[in-house]
Design a protein around this ligand. Structure first.
Ligand code: SF4
Length: 214
């Protein structure tokens, strides 16, 4: 069983509530969306085929307990749930960042899903599968990448669809780098007394010039 892999690298987790932790990233090739602000266009079609056993061997060389499966969109490849299962069985904590346009329930429940709900400025907000909001586990996370006030208001409406049982500190509002002023987004959140987490992309603060995995 093989997957198309764009890159595997070891770095500091820059997103999610795991931000700041060392993490091995497995970036899968392919995405079904074309977001206006996409910073991983290089993963749309470039990659090399790797068997799951080879991916496990490579990941093991980093001696790191945290793995993130990302893309592109990981669920474009039908073998992704098998890869995640194999990583979980090896004892890793596994995160999967997904654009939320596919059914997340096909992935092992032990995997922490980070669902990136697309806001209007992405140009892809009509692709969200909002049924996924009913399939969240308490360890999952929901992220909104926000470019402007319209996105902010859109996100404010969507969070009302999430169960009140879901931990509010797992709901992330993340400003689009270079487009949305951090302070302005912080001000809106405080003005509206929103009980969510403002989330900055740590890797872009540490390595502002670097576009690919480090
Ligand atoms: S879903 Fe992610 S990888 Fe795909 S186009 Fe949007 S930002 Fe890029």
């Amino acid at each position: 069983m093989a997957l198309l892999i764009n890159e595997i690298f070891y770095s500091i987790q820059g997103e999610s509530i795991h931000s700041g932790l060392p993490c091995v990233f497995v970036r899968l090739t392919g995405c079904n969306l074309r977001c206006s602000y996409c910073d991983t266009c290089y993963a749309y079609d470039k990659g090399s085929e790797m068997k799951i056993a080879a991916i496990l061997d490579r990941v093991a060389t980093y001696n790191c307990p945290l793995i993130e499966i990302t893309g592109g969109e990981p669920l474009v490849q039908k073998e992704t749930p098998d890869l995640i299962y194999c990583l979980l069985e090896k004892g890793y904590e596994v995160l999967m960042e997904t654009n939320g346009s596919f059914d997340i329930s096909i992935v092992d429940k032990r995997c922490i899903k980070i669902i990136d709900i697309k806001c209007p400025a992405s140009g892809e907000s009509n692709k969200n599968d909002l049924n996924n909001l009913k399939k969240l586990n308490p360890r999952d996370q929901v992220k909104f990448v926000i470019a402007n006030r319209e996105d902010y208001e859109f996100a404010g409406k969507i969070i009302k669809l999430i169960s009140p049982e879901f931990p509010v500190n797992h709901i992330l509002f993340s400003p689009v780098s270079g487009k949305m002023e951090y302070a302005k987004l912080a001000k809106w959140i405080l003005e509206d007394n929103l009980n969510i987490r403002l989330h900055l992309q740590l890797h872009k603060i540490i390595w502002p010039e670097i576009q690919k995995g480090v």
